[in-house]
Design a protein around this ligand. Structure first.
Ligand SMILES: Cc1cc2nc3c(=O)[nH]c(=O)nc-3n(C[C@H](O)[C@H](O)[C@H](O)COP(=O)(O)OP(=O)(O)OC[C@H]3O[C@@H](n4cnc5c(N)ncnc54)[C@H](O)[C@@H]3O)c2cc1C
Length: 591
């Protein structure tokens, strides 16, 4: 019998595992996907080898890449980018760590309060979460992003908007700024040379500006795992969870089992209340099933798999909100071509942003060539100049919107990728009951009935559509202001990169799955601690920092409610994940 079982080692799960392992609890982490414990042997910078959704080493599938990827159903022109494996989708992520906007919490009374998704706010105040933001910011750690020419070009455009520069971690209003990133700043020779012979640890520390964040971070060469630049959880929280005995007084290392797909959460009835008691998991390699019991079960399988597991386990769903309220920031992509060098795609994936509460925001993004081709061809508006699918979107871009082909693509790339600036449009997206996960009618796979993600791209709320249009226009204006000679709006089809709130916590029992402590209303001893627990889409900021702050808070609630412990976030100082004690113990463990 364990104290705690955590399902999933992605963005959220390892946070709970690390925090509770540090308190000496017996924690088991079960991860459906592979463990890349020798990334320099297992990973490459070849984009197809890494990112092919069917066969890439970063995919939604099991360890053995000769076996097919796991299937999910999504019914429209869309793509959902979620990964299995230690680190989960943070293996791909860009490490941008902005805090949620204050306007999405229940105490907000600013002049624009009525303009947010007011029916789906967090069931506590922004101030309540601040100590947890600070705890994660120090643990990860979060730093002001290292910048280059790309950011100079972006800021040149931002200056023409008349908005102020933001200098605080909290976003108080429309403003622009360097990103706060969970990426270690370059040190030593890093960022000063592209000679690979000079970029090994410890001569180089932190981000080497290689530009391959998407392929999983494995640099500087020769660094211990917890010193790799990008703080995906495989480099930050997981190493800490596995070495809790050396950096926390009374800590106990968590146990991690990979290629272990949880197929069922077990419950029992106690005095008329349903309680979680444990899980069944399946070894992907052998097909054997195992049962583990625990006092507390934490679901952190992400926005799509948590509802699936809930349905497949036959857990109660009294208000019908399991899987509902799936938000995704309804992204768009606007690109400009320049006569001058822009530095795209060098350096960290994204180092500067402009926030525009309550509409959303934008950030510059550098991607390698194949992803750039993907990003400029994923459109709901057909081929620009040929047909528009009836959308015909015009605005301050070279209209109409659409995917780029032929002469347009040639024009965009005439100066090469490093004469392009690409900007991601991020929308504050309303929680809507109709955007949801349901069991698919397609055949089950070896882990049970599969999920279907149902999005309604053309019936989003009027506010979501307004927000997206507003931010797309602002983005085109920023590119013009920066000196772009052509500006193209792609009108992205739903590309699900930031997914949130499908098992949301909320103020009302009528439209939420979790209470304000992250515990399921209908199943005691069952907590959720990943993006699906978020109450809403945060106003637009990238979700992982808020998820991890919330997961830290949830870990404290678990410790108090089920193990009689004291809270610690307001009374202790966090240990930074790059702590040399973690590096040494990882070496002893051969990791
Ligand atoms: C290209 C890209 C860029 C991004 N950039 C940023 C960024 O800059 N900043 C930011 O904040 N966010 C970013 N994100 C989003 C970020 O990756 C997510 O916010 C984060 O990974 C979500 O964490 P999660 O725990 O909810 O889900 P995941 O990270 O997807 O983790 C879920 C884990 O659970 C496992 N799992 C699922 N079901 C089971 C099961 N039944 N049994 C066992 N294990 C299971 C999965 O294998 C997976 O490892 C980006 C995403 C993408 C795709």
């Amino acid at each position: 019998m364990r104290d705690v079982i955590v399902i999933g080692a992605g963005g959220g799960g390892p946070v709970v595992a690390k925090e509770l392992a540090a308190k000496g609890l017996d924690v088991l982490v079960l991860e459906a996907g592979p463990r890349h414990d020798k990334p320099r042997e297992q990973w490459t910078t070849f984009e197809n080898d890494a990112n092919n959704p069917l066969t890439g080493y970063l995919r939604w599938g099991q360890q053995d890449r000769s076996k097919p990827a796991w299937f999910r159903e999504w019914s429209q022109n869309s793509f959902m980018w979620q990964l299995s494996g230690v680190g989960g989708t943070t293996q791909h992520f860009y490490g941008n760590y902005p805090r949620a906007f204050p306007g999405v919490f229940n105490d907000y009374d600013g002049p624009d309060a009525a303009e947010y998704d007011v029916n789906h706010r967090f069931p506590f105040s922004y101030g309540e979460l601040v100590p947890y933001f600070e705890w994660v910011e120090e643990t990860a750690p979060v730093m002001t992003a290292a910048m280059g020419t790309r950011e100079e070009v972006f800021f040149r455009g931002c200056e023409t908007t008349g908005l102020p520069v933001q200098t605080t971690k909290t976003t108080h209003g429309p403003s622009y700024r360097p990103q706060e990133n969970a990426i270690l700043q370059p040190g030593g020779t890093a960022g000063r040379t592209s000679d690979p012979n000079l970029l090994s640890y410890p001569q180089a520390t932190g981000c080497t500006f290689c530009g391959y964040c998407f392929q999983g971070c494995m640099r500087p060469v020769g660094a211990p795992r917890n010193q790799y630049a990008k703080r995906s959880t495989d480099n930050s929280y997981v190493p800490m969870a596995l070495t809790a005995d050396v950096w926390a007084r009374g800590g106990k290392p968590a146990e991690l089992i990979t290629d272990a797909f949880v197929t069922r959460v077990h419950t029992e009835s106690r005095a008329g209340t349903v309680h979680a008691t444990g899980v069944t998991w399946r070894d992907n390699g052998s097909g054997e099933e195992h049962r583990e019991d625990a006092a507390v079960v934490v679901m952190a399988g992400g926005c799509t798999e948590n509802p699936r597991l809930w349905f497949n386990s036959g857990l109660p769903n009294p208000n019908g909100w399991v899987g509902r309220g799936y938000t995704d920031h309804s992204f768009d992509w606007v690109v400009g071509s320049f006569d001058t060098y822009t530095g795209n795609p060098k350096g960290t994936g994204s180092s500067s942003r402009l926030d525009f509460p309550p509409y959303g925001g934008m950030e510059n993004v550098g991607v390698p060539p194949a992803l750039n081709a993907f990003a400029t061809t994923l459109s709901d508006s057909g081929i620009r100049g040929q047909y528009t699918n009836g959308r015909g979107m015009t605005g301050p871009w070279d209209g109409p919107a659409g995917r780029l082909m032929g002469p347009d693509m040639k024009e965009l790339l005439a100066g090469g990728l490093d004469h392009v600036l690409a900007i991601l449009v991020i929308t504050d997206d309303d929680v809507e009951a109709g955007n949801r996960v349901v069991p698919s009618a397609l055949p089950a796979d070896e882990n049970g009935p599969i999920p279907k993600v149902q999005f309604q791209p053309r019936t989003r709320s009027a506010r979501t559509r307004r927000n997206r249009e507003f931010m797309a226009r602002k983005t085109a204006e920023v590119l013009r202001g920066a000196g772009a000679k052509s500006v193209y709006r792609i009108d992205w089809a739903p590309l699900l990169l930031h997914v949130q709130s499908s098992m949301r916590m909320g103020e009302s029992e009528r439209d939420s799955v979790l209470d304000s402590d992250g515990e399921a209303r209908a199943v005691k001893g069952l907590f959720i601690a990943d993006n699906s627990a978020l109450a809403n889409s945060l106003g637009g900021p990238n979700p992982t920092l808020t998820t991890q702050a919330l997961a830290t808070r949830t870990a404290e609630k678990i410790f108090r409610r089920y193990f009689g412990g004291d809270p610690w976030v307001r009374s202790e100082s966090p240990v930074v994940s790059t702590d040399p004690r973690v590096s040494t113990r990882l070496g002893e463990l051969g990791l």
